[in-house]
Design a protein. Structure first.
Length: 364
């Protein structure tokens, strides 16, 4: 009887702990939603045009309900909010979601906390391809121009670091640190070539290429927002479907094989989807670093490492993080700075902190 009572007590404790974990995850998701809505209003009210925080929500509601003011000032504010600031805010959220989700998945399948689209060179590869189209007008598919050329180049060149990681993963005894170092090598190679192209670029294209290389969400419009929405939906949906397999890969390849999961095949598909969605996203914003590194680490503190919860939570937090980063970027100086400056300023120290914590594994 005592043993049965102890078992019942242990089970009830586990149930309470499980319910507490679910409540904590739900609360975290709710906080992300509330803060994202607040960030939307803050993003809209920041700028040269004087629009108040509460007024921004009023303008949104009036536009949705068709009650657009007929006076010139009201019409102008409506156009500023709907044609300029809302696409920028929604685009920033989508880009942040893509980078965070891909970062969370890469950290799990590579079993390395330093992995994300930026540190593995995927973003730099996409950036190099885009700069080729911007500075030299070159596209790997003849006849394509404008954003179509940028997207094609970005995707193809993002595959180079992707396949480099895949090839290294097939090497016997290849460690996750080796994969990261290979990605960093590819990243710096692309960065050097990008800098060289910017030196020989036409002066008119140089500023565009420079700002794009740092990362900015200022050029997002309703016309290209659809591509970011597609990238976010594909990234979140695919990674969520693969969450169970990602959890298995996070252990080791031997356990994955024992459980019937093709480790190399799953890893290849995840990296290919990462390359596609990141390339599609950054084709319009440039290389925005460290969001994919920072967001998953913060989210794990609240929801744990189970990718079934980590992936959607990372999407929400990553979008919110880039939104607030852009709010800060718009507030710096008279004209603001590219958002990539803010994410790098925050992500750089975090990268060093993670590197310091992992020093025993890296140098051993």
């Amino acid at each position: 009887m005592v043993s049965r009572f102890d078992d019942m007590y242990d089970n009830s404790s586990e149930i309470r702990e499980y319910n507490a974990g679910i409540s904590r995850k739900a609360m975290f998701a709710l906080i992300c939603v509330v803060l994202s809505v607040m960030a939307l209003g803050l993003e809209i009210c920041l700028g040269k045009a004087d629009i108040g925080f509460i007024e921004s929500y009023t303008i949104i509601w009036d536009h949705i309900t068709g009650n657009i003011p007929s006076d010139p000032i009201g019409i102008q504010k409506d156009e500023i909010v709907w044609d300029l600031r809302i696409p920028r805010a929604l685009g920033a959220f989508m880009i942040g979601a893509v980078l965070a989700v891909c970062g969370a998945a890469m950290q799990s399948i590579m079993r390395n906390p330093l992995a994300d689209p930026y540190t593995t060179g995927i973003s730099s590869g996409a950036g190099f391809g885009a700069i080729l189209a911007i500075s030299l007008g070159f596209c790997l598919i003849p006849g394509l121009t404008g954003y179509n050329a940028i997207v094609v180049n970005a995707f193809v060149f993002s595959l180079i670091p992707t396949f480099a990681i895949i090839l290294i993963s097939k090497i016997k005894r290849a460690s996750s640190t080796m994969m990261i170092l290979a990605g960093l090598g590819v990243m710096y190679t692309f960065s050097a070539m990008t800098s060289l192209m910017m030196l020989v670029a036409d002066p008119q294209d140089h500023k565009t290429a420079y700002v794009w290389n740092i990362g900015t969400v200022g050029a997002i419009t309703w016309d290209n927002l659809i591509f970011m929405v597609v990238a976010a939906v594909v990234a979140v949906a695919f990674m969520q479907i693969m969450a169970k397999n990602i959890n298995i890969l996070a252990m080791n390849d031997a356990n994955a094989a024992a459980l019937g999961v093709d480790a190399n095949g799953t890893r290849i598909w995840i990296l290919l989807v990462t390359a596609l969605t990141v390339a599609l996203a950054v084709s319009f914003t440039g290389s925005i670093g460290f969001v994919g590194l920072l967001a998953p680490h913060i989210v794990r503190l609240f929801v744990g490492s189970d990718n079934r919860y980590l992936i959607p939570a990372s999407a929400a937090f990553g979008g919110m993080l880039l939104l607030y980063s852009d709010c800060i970027a718009k507030s710096v100086g008279v004209t603001g700075v590219p958002v990539g400056v803010i994410t790098a300023a925050v992500g750089g120290p975090l990268f060093l902190y993670i590197l310091f914590r992992q020093r025993s594994k890296i140098w051993s």
